[in-house]
Design a binder for this molecule. Structure first.
Ligand code: SAH
Length: 482
């Protein structure tokens, strides 16, 4: 271990920074954030430093060169040398050393008596990462990793635990038992309430738990359901929150679309139950899914219902939520990248575009029992995104043309969007039925109709995607551009 990590309490303590450039500015802000009084010594300062000094009484700018004699280091707890001049920096370091003050020399680990870590700040939780000065890039990379894994609200959990420390000590005098209590609390209901921003419920859950532990029970765990958007199929597109809840779950109920690549983020001992519905084939019903969700959560398990795309978009979330509300069970909903935004991005089709499209309609190609559909609301100057309904592309095309849309209206069909098997078929409203048949378009596919669909050729960027243009020539069998 080259350095001993310490967390210094700098509130109202004086620190000195020598140098007035951008690096000095960054260091000054950091020290101010930690509550220090900061003196910056330099012949000139960046404009933001000067502006900051106007409003921040704890920041003092002292104009001057580092002269022949050392500045006085004794009044300062910490010294930072950030002049960009190695010789001047070395003199600062030597002076600080003589005065027994810790000194950080920017970009010069050899001269440092303390170094600055990469910081993950979840006040009051602070995580510091250092590579011993060897490689700031490595530290920042680890910081990125930690940022994704540690919930944003871990700080409120820490504050809660802090408030209850005394009461827990009184209620559970045996340190081993107390440690077990806290360990369970960190993974239990109180923690989940904290992460979901429900501080009062967190407080109540912790009180209940502590009470149970004091009576010699282990504390009951109330189950909870998480409706988590898995995104459209590319496992990188799940949200951080979705991944955290997936990793916390005891049971995962997952869809056929989107979810399977994500199961590796579940706990190794989590129970994984596929509940995907296959169109036109016998499979689990929505009622059975609702029942499973309620049963497991009521039994005290944390149930992650991993749904393709976004749970609130054509995901039948309403029925699952109704079942949970009726059973009085708590739940959380985590958004996901819906097929419409996933496919638009990975196929290079803007959904809105200045002067071209200002409205996006999301619908399904399905008609209801009376033969009515929502296609009537679609107007030129809009983008229509149709989920499902590949089998109805013929009827959709006929109805829109019948309603006065030009057969030349550009269309893009995105099959298996965002995944390595993505295919984009660029055609027109008039040719869509033949394109579907000849190019054998299969679900899952998203149909984008409107002028912006044309841009799929210009904005194609996703390496694995195949673009097929089905125009008049292709339709006459003369050529097929791939
Ligand atoms: N809740 C989901 C939609 C579920 S309905 C969401 O927000 O995306 C299922 C339909 O979504 C499919 O029939 C298809 O139209 C569309 N879809 C889902 N994933 C897709 C993908 N990777 N590529 C193209 N369409 C997709």
């Amino acid at each position: 271990m080259r350095h001993l990590p310490l967390f210094a309490s700098l509130a109202e303590r004086d620190c000195l920074i020598v140098g007035g450039g951008v690096v000095a500015e960054r260091r000054a802000k950091l020290l101010l954030e930690a509550g220090a009084r900061v003196t910056v010594l330099a012949p000139r300062f960046t404009a933001p430093l000067e502006a900051l000094a106007e409003q921040e009484p704890r920041l003092k700018l002292e104009r001057g060169e580092l002269g022949e004699g050392d500045p006085e280091f004794e009044p300062y707890w910490l010294v930072v040398a950030a002049t960009g001049d190695r010789q001047v920096n070395a003199r600062v370091a030597a002076g600080a050393e003589r005065a027994r003050r810790f000194c950080n020399v920017v970009d010069d680990p050899e001269l440092c008596t303390f170094i600055m870590p990469a910081i993950v700040d979840r006040d009051p939780v602070t995580i510091a990462i250092s590579s011993g000065g060897a490689s700031p890039v490595v530290s920042r990379w680890i910081k990125g990793l930690v940022e994704t894994l540690v919930p944003q609200r871990i700080g409120s959990l820490a504050r809660l635990a802090g408030r209850w420390r005394g009461r827990a000590r009184a209620a559970l005098p045996d340190p081993d038992r107390r440690r077990h209590f806290w360990q369970q609390a960190m993974e239990g209901e109180a923690a989940e309430h904290c992460y979901a921003g429900r501080d009062a419920e967190a407080e109540a859950a912790l009180e209940r738990d502590l009470d149970a532990w004091r009576r010699g029970e282990r504390g009951s765990r109330r189950g909870e359901a998480y409706l988590v958007g898995a995104g459209p199929g590319n496992p990188d597109l799940i949200t951080l929150r979705g991944r955290q809840l997936l990793a916390a779950a005891d049971v995962v109920l997952y869809d056929r679309l989107g979810a399977p690549g994500l199961l590796r983020y579940a706990r190794r001992d989590a129970e994984l139950i596929p509940v995907g519905k296959t169109p036109h084939a016998p499979s689990i019903t929505q009622k059975q899914i609702n029942r499973l969700l309620v049963e497991r959560a009521a039994a005290g398990q944390r149930v992650c219902r991993l749904k393709g795309g976004d749970p609130m978009v054509f995901g039948r979330a309403g029925e699952e939520l109704d079942a949970l509300v009726e059973a009085g069970l708590p739940f959380q909903i985590v958004p996901g990248v819906s097929a419409v935004v996933g496919c638009a991005a990975y196929a290079g089709v803007p959904l809105t575009l200045r002067d071209v499209s200002r409205t996006v309609l999301l619908s399904t190609g399905h008609t209801n029992e009376d033969g009515a559909s929502e296609l009537g609301s679609f107007r030129p100057g809009q983008t229509l995104a149709l989920y499902m309904g590949v089998a109805q592309y013929g009827a959709i095309s006929a109805e829109l043309i019948e309603r006065g849309h030009s057969p030349q209206t550009p269309v893009a069909v995105v099959e298996n969007g965002t995944t390595d098997t993505q295919r984009v078929v660029r055609t027109t409203l008039g040719l869509l039925p033949r394109a579907r048949e000849r190019l054998e378009i299969r679900p899952p596919a998203l149909l984008l109709i409107g002028e912006t669909a044309r841009l799929a050729e210009r904005y194609a960027w996703f390496g694995p995607s195949r673009l097929e243009v089905f125009d008049e020539r292709a339709a006459r069998g003369l050529a097929r551009v791939s």
